[in-house]
Design a protein around this ligand. Structure first.
Ligand SMILES: NC(=O)c1ccc[n+]([C@@H]2O[C@H](COP(=O)([O-])OP(=O)(O)OC[C@H]3O[C@@H](n4cnc5c(N)ncnc54)[C@H](OP(=O)(O)O)[C@@H]3O)[C@@H](O)[C@H]2O)c1
Length: 430
């Protein structure tokens, strides 16, 4: 008879509840795949009164999470509480007690990941966190394992479903940001405080984890340049459509000459790029490998079923390790990565200027771009009088060059206002 492996849960909400249900519902298939029976040990929750997704004897639940991490019969702990404390201390205690850990906690991994992975390595246990990025989309394990023979150059993703839903409403229904946000809130797609999504914090945490795994480096959330979507205007989206682009909140992580740049910001991406067609709450990660070329991973980035399935996938991997011996760790490089300063990141920009309707304006504006070493790929002059505007798309320049250009343009007498400045991504080959 196969051995049995006991899993303890910290939290039984959206993620923990779904993962526990999947473990119970798929017991037979999991046993066949892992060579061991996966059993639910104890589950820690805040309230014993709530109804749970999984049907277990009442004694299985406790309000004391420390009981779970101390329980000698439990071999794997699933952390699904969220946040840093008490989750971090609980995870470290579980590791100290020789337990393997699975977590979906991007906030914790993107800030304290090194402490957790180092503790796990010292204790000879596994820490896996597939569900922390892209919910149900397998992305970390494919990069870590399937692409171990490749060298990943760039990872670009749409990793926040809420903002992608808002941008989809703006793009397809012509709604403004506030209106689209209100719909997302009404549908329950936002947190109580939507700023973690809207301001890009959630995506930045996921970008740090993606970059760490893609480049086998240590990138933390604070290394990721972050801009949210609150300033994306309906007019930016309309202009993007005219030019054959969509506007997306993109996570981008690149490596060049050993230095990593990681950022989250709204960007125009050509409609022909696979990421442009990722709609609603869906997520996708586009990976560019030196050997494998372009790969895309697409699916549901949140929700109980998808995230729970990713958590149980990690549990199953650990169960196989327990059966066969050996461990795997999240990433193997412990030193902080060399990060490209934001000013050095190479990028193209789309810029709309409201200008005075008089001769010589175009050459004055072009002169500013030239002075800062930014060449212009296309320019369109429209309207007259108070409506006169210039729409420019640049070639690749650095963020620093673009920043100086925009600052000088703002001070020109002939420029009334910079109506829009949005990065253009995915056209490097053009
Ligand atoms: N929701 C998603 O779609 C999703 C997707 C990817 C990653 N994640 C990550 O998964 C983690 C969990 O998120 P979630 O959405 O499942 O959260 P949730 O629904 O709020 O569940 C949190 C669970 O933790 C329990 N809990 C909270 N504090 C506790 C404490 N001190 N001791 C014991 N139990 C405690 C809660 O108990 P009660 O039930 O009694 O309140 C609840 O069962 C977070 O790190 C989140 O970022 C979530």
């Amino acid at each position: 008879m196969n051995e049995s492996i006991s899993v303890g849960f910290l939290g039984c909400g959206v993620v923990g509840g779904a993962a526990a249900r999947i473990v119970a519902d798929h017991a037979q298939a999991l046993e066949e795949r892992c060579g061991a029976r996966i059993e639910i040990g104890r589950i820690a929750v805040r309230s014993l009164a709530k109804e749970r997704e999984v049907d277990l004897p009442p004694g299985s639940f406790t309000t004391d999470p420390w009981e779970v991490v101390a329980d000698p019969s439990i071999q794997i702990v699933v952390e699904a509480i969220g946040g840093i404390e008490p989750a971090l201390d609980l995870i470290l205690e579980a590791i100290k007690n020789g337990k393997h850990v699975v977590t979906a906690n991007k906030e914790l991994i993107s800030t304290m990941g090194r402490d957790v992975v180092e503790a796990a390595e010292a204790a000879g246990v596994d820490v896996l966190f597939e569900a922390s990025v892209g919910g149900g989309i397998p992305i970390l394990r494919p990069m870590k394992e399937s692409l171990a023979g490749d060298r990943i150059r760039r990872v670009m993703g749409i990793v926040n479903g809420t903002t992608n839903y808002i941008l989809t409403r703006m793009s397809e229904r012509g709604e403004g940001f506030a209106e689209a946000l209100a719909t997302a809130e009404a549908l329950g797609y936002t947190e109580l405080d939507p700023s973690a999504d809207i301001e890009g914090y959630d995506a930045a945490q996921k970008t740090a984890i993606l970059a760490s795994i893609a480049f086998n480096a240590l990138v933390v959330a604070g290394d990721v340049h972050r801009e949210g979507i609150a300033r994306v205007a309906a007019s930016d989206i309309a202009a993007a459509h005219e030019l054959g682009y969509e506007v997306k909140l993109l996570s981008v992580a690149e490596i060049e000459d050993g230095a990593i740049s990681a950022r989250v910001h709204p960007a125009m991406i050509p409609k022909t790029h696979p990421l442009a067609s990722v709609r609603d709450v869906f997520n996708a990660v586009f990976v560019e490998g030196e050997e494998s070329g372009e790969l895309m991973f697409f699916g549901r980035g949140a929700g109980g079923g998808p995230t729970g399935s990713a958590v149980v996938g990690d549990v199953a991997e650990i169960a196989r390790h327990i059966v066969s011996g050996g461990t795997s760790v999240g990433w193997t490089h412990r030193e902080r990565a060399k990060i490209t300063p934001h000013d050095g990141i190479k990028v193209r920009y789309y810029v709309v200027l409201s200008v005075l309707d008089q001769p010589g304006v175009l050459s004055t504006v072009a002169g500013v771009f030239a002075r800062h070493g930014v060449s212009i790929a296309s320019v369109r002059q429209e309207g007259s009088g108070d409506e006169a505007s210039l729409t420019l798309i640049t070639h690749v320049g650095t963020e620093g060059q673009h920043g100086l250009t925009l600052r000088e343009l703002r001070e020109l007498d002939v420029v009334r206002a910079i109506n829009s400045s949005v990065r253009v991504v995915g056209t490097e080959e053009l």
